[in-house]
Design a protein around this ligand. Structure first.
Ligand SMILES: [Zn+2]
Length: 164
């Protein structure tokens, strides 16, 4: 599995922090990370421990998000509601969990932090998700194989990793 960042987050601080957290996740947990740069705003990305590609929001939407049934089951909205609001792509700044077949299994639907979005947004925001899994233990995702968790498991149902 791989964590994919649809860059760049609009706010520079979010973008820089996302890059830091992705490096941490790679270095400390051995998680594969990648970037699809769909809205370049904040200068070159150097020294990144994964692939950095350039793409358009439309390419990413068609490939990863549109009519994605797995994703539809793990997010509250439909992918089109979440990422193509009123016909306009709204993807940059989000994070996706991609399985070994290349299918997006979960994605944040709000860039940045839950602050400002109101109660209950933590489960949907990119920064809260990354902060949560970078500070092990996490009950949202198995840091060993990146399987999504319900939060009440003692072992990862996918790889058997003992959850803290
Ligand atoms: Zn696992």
């Amino acid at each position: 599995m791989i964590l994919r960042y649809y860059a760049d987050a609009e706010v520079r601080e979010w973008h820089d922090h996302t890059l830091r957290l992705l490096r941490t996740l790679h270095d400390e947990h051995g998680i594969d990370v990648a970037i699809d740069r769909i809205d370049e705003q904040h200068g070159p990305i150097t020294d990144f421990p994964g692939e950095v590609r350039h793409a358009t929001p439309e390419d990413v939407y068609e490939r990863d998000l549109k009519r994605n049934r797995d994703l539809n089951q793990t997010i509250d909205q439909t992918p089109s509601e979440a990422f193509k609001r009123y016909g306009k792509f709204d993807i940059a700044g989000n994070i996706a969990v991609v399985d070994n077949e290349g299918t997006v299994r979960w994605a944040s639907t709000l860039p940045g932090y839950a602050d400002g979005y109101g109660p209950g947004a933590e489960s949907r925001t990119a920064m809260d998700f990354l902060d949560d899994i970078a500070t092990s233990p996490s009950n949202r995702i198995c840091v060993s194989c990146l399987s999504l968790l319900n939060g009440d498991e003692q072992f990862c149902p996918n790889c058997g990793y003992e959850l803290p």
